[in-house]
Design a protein around this ligand. Structure first.
Ligand code: NAP
Length: 259
């Protein structure tokens, strides 16, 4: 028996098998869930190929979270896969983007607003848009889970993505407030640095990674997405029925250490 038996879960933001979303989809399937995954644009082709590496081949949906038409069509796209009476029990937002040329790697004082606006829309505002798009299918309540990188402090090189993550963390609390009456919980997992496509695009990412080797009391494997995926799946399950607006750290304990 798995902790997600009988649950239908959308994981938005899977490109490669290094994607945190891929690890979430895999563990969710292993725990009994029916999973749909999504991505957008040209990478959709890659996602369709990578999906074959999951234990069960999931439907792959096209979803650009900045595209109003995609968002409006999402419930019908899910019904087309799961049936007219489809219910969604969980939604995972595993999505972020900030222009690495202009916003990251020491560009804080020069990052242009248009790029900052894009980063905030894709990485934070879209959590609200995705949850609202899925709400008609979540008539039984459910769980929305997103991924953050601790935005309570300023990091080297993370720059405007740090600001976008602060917006994401705040967005999740307001969503928890507004969707709670529908029985929908909204939580985030704050992961330590993991070698994914998004992370490798951050100029100077190694500087962030290197801090974990000395400071995380449990140690940290930056190539192992599974601990993060397990926490996401725990939050998707019925094991946290009274938890919302929460941020669970999966970072080897790094966040709790002063030095
Ligand atoms: P990833 O594999 O690159 O996943 C990010 C996903 O976001 C990609 O599938 C990307 O698609 C998608 N995306 C970007 N813009 C989108 C849009 N407009 N509409 C729909 N999807 C879009 O990297 P990841 O590290 O697994 O990132 C997943 C989440 O974990 C992100 O929120 C990230 O900030 C967070 N996180 C990562 C780390 C880390 O160290 N890796 C740590 C803490 C939190 P394309 O590939 O097509 O652009």
């Amino acid at each position: 028996m798995g902790i997600l038996d009988g649950k239908n879960i959308l994981v938005a933001g899977v490109t490669l098998d290094t994607s945190i979303g891929f690890a979430v989809a895999k563990f969710a399937q292993e725990q009994g869930a029916t999973v749909l995954i999504s991505n957008f644009g040209q990478a959709l082709r890659i996602t369709r190929r990578i999906a074959k590496r999951l234990p069960t081949l999931p439907p792959v949906l096209e979803l650009d979270v900045t595209d109003a038409e995609h968002l409006a069509a999402l419930p019908d796209a899910i019904r087309a896969e799961l049936g007219e009476d489809a219910v969604l029990h969980g939604v995972v937002h595993s999505i972020a983007y900030g222009n690495p040329e202009t916003l990251l790697g020491g560009k804080f004082l020069t990052g242009p607003w248009a790029d900052v606006a894009q980063a905030v829309q894709v990485s934070a505002y879209s959590l609200k848009d995705l949850a609202v798009a899925c709400r008609p299918l979540m008539s039984d309540g459910g769980s929305v889970v997103g991924l953050t990188f601790d935005a309570t402090i300023a990091w080297p090189v993370y720059d405007w993505m740090g600001v976008a993550k602060a917006a994401l963390e705040s967005t999740s609390r307001y969503l928890a407030r507004d969707l709670g009456p529908d029985g929908i919980r909204v939580n985030l997992v704050s992961a330590g640095p993991l070698r994914t496509l998004a992370a490798k695009a951050i100029p100077g990412f190694e500087e962030l990674e290197s801090m974990w080797s000395t400071k995380a009391p449990l140690g940290w494997d930056n190539t192992d997405q599974e601990p993060t995926a397990r926490a996401v799946c725990a939050l998707l399950s019925d094991l946290f029925p009274a938890t919302t607006g929460e941020i669970v750290h999966v970072d080897g304990g790094f966040h709790a250490m002063g030095a």
